[in-house]
Design a binder for this molecule. Structure first.
Ligand SMILES: *Cc1c(COP(=O)(O)O)cnc(C)c1O
Length: 608
């Protein structure tokens, strides 16, 4: 069942052969997809479920507040969403609306993100600013403070602090709070470990921290120092590095308090809370639960402060992946099964066939679980001989086609009859005779971390989940002409998909947990643009599709790489005008057709 119990976190479940959303009226992903396709939307589709963002925010607050209560912790819990994880309006606007009541804020790492944070964070909810800054970006922070925002500029280096002091002295704007990003000697694990550790790209080392305190003191700004911050890296697989980081940061905090940083009142532990993407029970990624994570953070910070006689600080988190990964699902229509041509219905057997073809035909009809391996070996042997006969001119094209179809059928049946066998031969056979499914989608656009980092995203069909259909070992190909746009069959973590006759049936696959990082990282390779998208609001006895946005039209796509739509249209029209042997009417009709195409999106429209 595609390990849905591992990666879905109970957000989705299987019922009556369909994947359903585990919320209120529980619609199936298939019915939602079909309702949208009825509106003439084709190609890949991103479905957003805002209830899953709300659920994740709520889980994080509830668990931290529970841990705070259980540990009699004196500080508050506060959280911000790091915009770099997903900046899209259809994500951020509903998120901020929901988060108002718990004062959920935003984190910005660039000027554009800072503008979004200032515009969309409610006054009173925190804004944190990380990343490298110039004087302009720092001034934007002052402007936000002037508007009444609770904003903290977290400095990455002493240069930034000097600029803050300069802007404070030059302007009459309100001064924002200041945070220090500390460079810990302990770092996280996994692919993003570079965010922490002694050689990290970010943060101040011990000597620089002392200098920062001096600088702040000299310019009478020490009372603005409000927070220390660290981030040990995204998708933290194990809890141990976080504990080390917490001890180090906790002690740094206590030391700073001793040095006279009286206004210091918050530790910001960054993000890194991991999401389970594994689709194999033996390869779970995360070794801790949210409960454990919150308990450790609250207990360890409290423990260090108690030991040093320092008041408990407020705890800030900047979890991004954990908040939004689950909310988005990519639905991709299957356009083709590559070996579809090898169906038995395409056989053209003659009155009299070459003896080896007759034998293949017999093997094909008599194959059973007991004899399948032997029959399959015979079939491969016969096929080889038949190819030789063809090369020597002894059999014709029809014989050859029959031989290929029959051999393929026998292999297919063998694979399905011996499914579950773990022997080497079977694995080899699967790898050689996997079925390739062509998806109406671009992996570069929709799951770039698969391409860039080898990140696995759980994938499964939306339907046929209780059918008796034959299963194939499957590899997935996208429609870019790049050989990297393929998810190969892996016999160690096999994916099996259904045998579908696409002439008569539709088949949709869904990729899950794609809501974090993928959307802005996605690239227009081959000029495939962002997929269609829709937001789905589920109620007690129904669901509603809102914010339906179609993928960009061809004209918009070519505009995005610097061509004028008008000029392109004119060039195309002129070429048609100048063409020979075409009547005025044909010209008009063709032009109309061309214009219609130009307003379609770049994905394929071959499925009905
Ligand atoms: C990227 C980033 C985050 C978010 O990390 P997640 O793993 O998505 O939770 C938080 N804080 C900072 C400073 C970051 O750079």
């Amino acid at each position: 069942m595609y390990a849905i119990d591992i990666w879905s976190d109970e957000n989705f479940f299987i019922d009556k052969g369909l994947v359903k959303v585990n919320h209120k009226s529980s619609p199936s992903l298939l019915e939602i997809t079909q309702a949208i396709r009825k509106r003439n939307i084709r190609g890949p589709l991103v479905l957003r479920f805002p209830h899953l963002i709300e659920q994740q925010i709520q889980k994080v607050y509830q668990n931290f507040n529970r841990a705070i209560e259980e540990n009699s912790y004196k500080g508050k819990f506060q959280a911000v969403f790091p915009l770099k994880v997903n900046q899209y309006a259809n994500v951020i606007k509903p998120m901020m609306e929901y988060g108002k009541k718990m004062a959920y804020g935003l984190e910005a790492g660039s000027k554009a993100e800072l503008i979004l944070a200032i515009a969309h964070t409610p006054l009173g909810s925190p804004i944190t600013v990380n990343g490298f800054k110039d004087q302009e970006m720092i001034t934007l922070g002052f402007i936000a403070a002037q508007m009444g925002h609770n904003i903290t500029l977290i400095i990455e280096g002493l240069g930034e602090l000097e600029w803050i002091i300069e802007v404070a002295q030059k302007s009459h704007l309100k001064i924002p709070q200041v945070g220090l990003r500390v460079r810990l000697h302990s770092s996280g694990g996994g692919a993003w470990a570079k965010s922490g550790g002694m050689d990290a790209k970010f943060g101040l080392n011990a000597t620089e921290i002392l200098e920062a305190i001096d600088l702040l003191q000299k310019s009478f700004l020490l009372e603005k120092l409000h927070m220390i911050h660290f981030h040990i890296g995204s998708q933290m697989e194990e809890i141990a590095p976080l504990k080390k980081a917490l001890r180090e940061a906790g002690n740094l905090y206590a030391e700073l308090k001793k040095l006279g940083a009286n206004s210091l009142c918050a530790i910001n532990i960054g993000g890194g809370l991991a999401v389970e993407y594994a689709q194999d029970p033996n390869r779970r990624i995360r070794n801790y639960s949210l409960e454990e994570f919150c308990n450790d953070v609250v207990f360890l910070i409290g423990d260090i402060m108690d030991a040093k006689g320092v008041q408990h600080p407020d705890i800030y988190t900047e979890s991004g992946r954990y908040i939004v990964a689950h909310h988005a699902v990519l639905i991709t229509p299957v356009l083709e099964l590559f070996s579809q041509d090898y169906q038995e219905k395409h056989l053209r057997l003659k009155e009299s066939n070459p003896p080896l073809v007759e034998e293949l035909s017999e093997l094909n009809s008599l194959i059973n679980p007991k004899n399948c391996i032997e029959y399959m070996h015979d079939a491969l042997d016969h096929l080889e001989s038949l190819f030789t006969l063809f090369d020597l001119g002894y059999i014709d094209l029809v014989d050859r086609s029959n031989a290929e179809i029959l051999a393929h059928q026998i292999i297919k049946k063998t694979l399905s009859l011996s499914m579950g066998e773990a022997n080497l031969e079977f694995k080899r056979l699967q790898e050689r005779h996997q079925e390739r499914y062509l998806l109406n989608s671009s992996f570069f656009q929709s799951i770039p971390d698969y391409w860039g980092l080898g990140q696995n995203f759980p994938v499964m069909p939306l339907h046929y989940l209780n059918s008796e259909k034959t299963l194939h070992p499957a590899s997935l190909c996208d429609i870019t002409c790049d050989s990297d746009g393929e998810i190969a069959f892996n016999s160690d973590a096999p994916l099996y998909l259904h045998d579908i006759d696409l002439d008569t049936e539709e088949y949709f696959l869904a990729f899950f947990n794609i809501g974090a990082y993928q959307e802005t990282l996605g690239m227009q390779h081959n000029l495939f643009s962002k997929p269609n998208e829709a937001t789905v609001i589920i109620s007690d006895n129904n669901y509603e599709i809102i914010l339906l946005e179609e993928s960009k039209s061809l004209l918009k796509v070519i505009e995005s790489v610097g061509y004028s739509a008008n000029e392109t249209l004119k060039k195309l029209e002129k070429k048609l005008e100048d063409s020979d042997f075409i009547t005025e009417k044909e010209k008009d009709d063709t032009l109309r057709q061309l214009k219609y195409y130009l307003h379609q999106n770049s994905y394929l429209r071959t499925t009905n």
